[in-house]
Design a protein around this ligand. Structure first.
Ligand code: SF4
Length: 271
């Protein structure tokens, strides 16, 4: 892992994601190195040409006292869109924690999104916010498949355990079932295992991008060869997602749980 420090001009930046006003990315790069990651464009965007996604991290340096907390009153903030705020290096460098500490006395709506068990470190800090929710992102409960597609992230069972601990402390939670791998993501199973610890669900489809297509298809070919033609179909024609949306609708309605389906929008980390 290549680790560098990089001075940031801004640490809270305006967002292009619908319904999010600002995004906070305390690091450049992500130790989780998910094979499907939509943030991989950051390689060229941040001058890391030649580096592999998941193998470099720039620790942003910033004078956190420059954050003007009141500016974010009533605004919707997402932490994070092109990294994970609780990568293992956060335990040492604490950028996420230091930014959150600045926002405690605001009326901002803060949404945390992570695949890391280390998020529980900040439970006491989360409790100080009026309007904060923590989302745990999960694609699969299958440990082996998870290791193949998101080898640096916490195991799915560890993420669910983190969700439970956070929810039990009275903090609002959501489960982000993403990315949805057709015929692999068992969303009903994920819902059944998280239902007691989550206030709402969000679903996002697997977005095929030129840089992730070869990796995704290789893993499918090697591990689920019988699904290869299915994946080719989903890749070529977005209408295949509609049947899955209908199934999600029916299941969530039967359980009477709040949910939103963010299919067809091109990737949550697009900004
Ligand atoms: S955790 Fe999120 S940002 Fe990090 S590699 Fe995975 S998908 Fe990308």
């Amino acid at each position: 892992m290549k680790i560098k420090f990089r001075e940031a001009k801004n640490i809270i930046t305006k967002s292009n994601i619908p319904s999010i006003d600002y995004v906070i990315n305390p690091y450049i790069g992500c130790q989780h190195g998910c094979i499907y990651c939509y943030a991989e464009f950051m390689i060229r965007f941040s001058g890391h040409k030649g580096d592999k996604w998941g193998q470099f991290i720039d620790i942003k340096t910033y004078d956190f006292d420059k954050i003007k907390p009141q500016k974010y009153n009533g605004k919707r903030l997402l932490l994070s869109s092109v990294t994970d705020p609780y990568i293992p290096l956060e335990l040492k460098y604490q950028n996420t924690k230091r930014i959150l500490e600045k926002l405690v006395n605001t009326t901002a709506h803060v949404s945390i999104l992570t695949k890391s068990k280390f998020v529980v470190r900040d439970i006491e800090l989360f409790k100080k916010f009026d309007d904060l929710e923590v989302g745990i992102s999960i694609s699969t409960l299958d440990e082996n498949f998870s290791k193949l597609i998101e080898k640096g992230a916490s195991r799915p069972i560890e993420r669910i355990d983190a969700l439970r601990k956070i929810h039990e402390k009275g903090i609002k939670t959501y489960t982000f079932i993403s990315p949805f791998f057709p015929r692999i993501t068992n969303f009903k199973d994920i819902i059944d295992k998280t239902l007691n610890y989550t206030d709402s669900y969000m679903f996002e489809n697997l977005n095929f991008r030129p840089y992730n297509i070869p990796r995704i298809l290789k893993i499918i070919k090697n591990n689920y060869p019988e699904l290869l033609s299915t994946y080719q179909k989903f890749r070529m024609d977005n209408s295949h997602w509609e049947k899955i949306e209908v199934e999600i609708d029916a299941y969530c309605k039967s359980l009477n749980v709040p949910y939103s389906i963010e299919f067809h929008h091109g990737g949550f980390s697009k900004s």
